[in-house]
Design a protein around this ligand. Sequence first.
Ligand SMILES: [Zn+2]
Length: 182
Amino acid sequence: MTEVEYESRGVPLEDYQLTRRDHRNQKQIEAPNRWGEERAKEARAREQADPEITRRKHEAFRQAWELLQKFKKPEHEIMRWRVRLYCGHITETRRHREVATPTTHSPYSMRCPECEKDPSMIVAYEPIGLAAEPPPPPPKAAPPPPPPTRNPTRAQLERRIAALEEENRHLRSQEAAEDQDF
Ligand SMILES: [Zn+2]
């Protein structure tokens, strides 16, 4: 399984000063629908900059994401995160273990279980640990038996002996020839 280096942002349990970015992001996701009919055309042209569209996209994404979470994952694949929300409450959330922060590929806001502010931005976070210990790896399979040593067949042995005898005879006749030279 992929090793993930979990990241933190701020220290949720310590005093946290909301940044200008936090305020801006929170405002963007809770922007009320204030675009009238006649302004819709205008708004479309500025779609990228429209906070309402951003809010709706975020909301649609969050709903789809929450649906997806209903497909139960094994607990050991779940990372628990301590999060501080925009409203100042500290709570816990869960993400798949392969994401390095609770705001990667997932909504960066949630419904606060304390004050019920919805949505409330995640402004600081730190990993707590996996929801369950990973199961032990399956026992290793026994190593394959060594290939059987092949005993030479009788015919192979006979051929080998014949070859050795032939070599000997050759050597002996050479020695005899050399002896005669002296
Ligand atoms: Zn709250």
